[in-house]
Design a protein around this ligand. Sequence first.
Ligand code: B12
Length: 339
Amino acid sequence: MGFTLAAIVPAVPSRYIGYYQAWLKAGHHAEMAYLARPDAVARRASLAKTVPGARSVVVVAANYHTRHLPPHILTNPSRGIIAGYAWGVDYHKLLTPKLRELQTWIAAQLPGPVHGRAYIDTGPVLERDLARQAGLGFIGKNTCLIHPRLGSFLFLAEIILDAALPFDAPAGAAGTCARCARCLAACPTNALPAPFVLNSNRCISYLTIEHKGEIPVNLRPLLGNRIFGCDICQEVCPYNRRFALPTAEPAFRAALDDMAPPLLDLISLDDEGFRRRFKNSPLKRAKRRGLLRNVAVALGNWGHRQAIPALKQAGHDPEPLIQTHARWALAHIEARAKS
Ligand code: B12
């Protein structure tokens, strides 16, 4: 069905729920309040709260890697870099039907009725922890689930079932970061203050996708040209550099302008243009106001005079969030020109 990895594990309580609670207590979830809702935390701790009588979890991963962008594209400040997971078709749309199909198929193999829930990304489930338990990889210092022979460009998903399936043998040693800490050193905003800890308040992925308001002024220059999500902590990971293999899924492949579009093409998008261009794309999540906010910041960071006319126009956008960031960018360019 297109999944790269799969394993079946018993639906036991997570060993790492304490780690999750400490992360919330430290405020590392920023404004993602849904992560801290007591009912949702309880469901993360116990899968039986989601599927009564939960006994098995089928954990799957789908490789979405297509290519590494070359340094001259990544560092071209006139282009905005989009995170690899968002280059092609929205994975929720693509993989949810496949996951449901797998659930139906499993139910058809078993005698008697089977109840279950299938999730990809959006459920109250510790997906990385489940994938680790299932032996699909290990947790890296960048907090990602890393497969020792595929890297971390993997989507995770799971089907929780009340039936007892034959479990896969517990995985052996899966790999480790050992002494490598390139991800911590490479993060421009220091969003990884310690190994295995991600502070969303500083994470470019959070700031450019999930954060709805103004981007803190002190962090804007550090965003560089990342306009939707961020892969820096994965790009520098030796497991990805050495082992990431291209996915067989054509829906994840994309043209250069879907991976690193010229910023000036995006800043002028109106509502209709945005809707048309990102109809099937994960970028829809940021909405026009979020994406153009990010693009304005990246244009300010480019600092080129060529951006001035478009930014002046964006400074009068009906959307106040775009206005304020475009005005910041203009001031930033002027200040740089003077210095
Ligand atoms: C909220 C969220 C975010 C937040 C917070 C990320 C974070 N690191 O916590 C933000 C918006 C920043 C984000 C960013 C990204 N995300 Co996100 N995100 C989620 C979401 C919805 C919840 C994650 C969560 O609960 N975080 C809280 C922390 C504490 O939990 P955790 O990261 O899962 O860590 C657990 C395990 O590490 C476990 N654990 C298990 N074994 C071990 C061992 C040790 C030693 C330790 C210390 C811990 C540990 O303990 C933790 C708590 O249980 C999941 C989907 C889901 N339902 O799980 C996707 C998910 C984690 N995201 C995903 C992706 C693809 C991304 C991005 C790569 C997107 C991008 N390119 O911009 C970045 C990666 C940034 C990063 N380094 O994490 C994938 C990750 C796939 C993978 N291979 O790891 C997921 C699983 C979605 C999916 N279904 O594919 N994300």
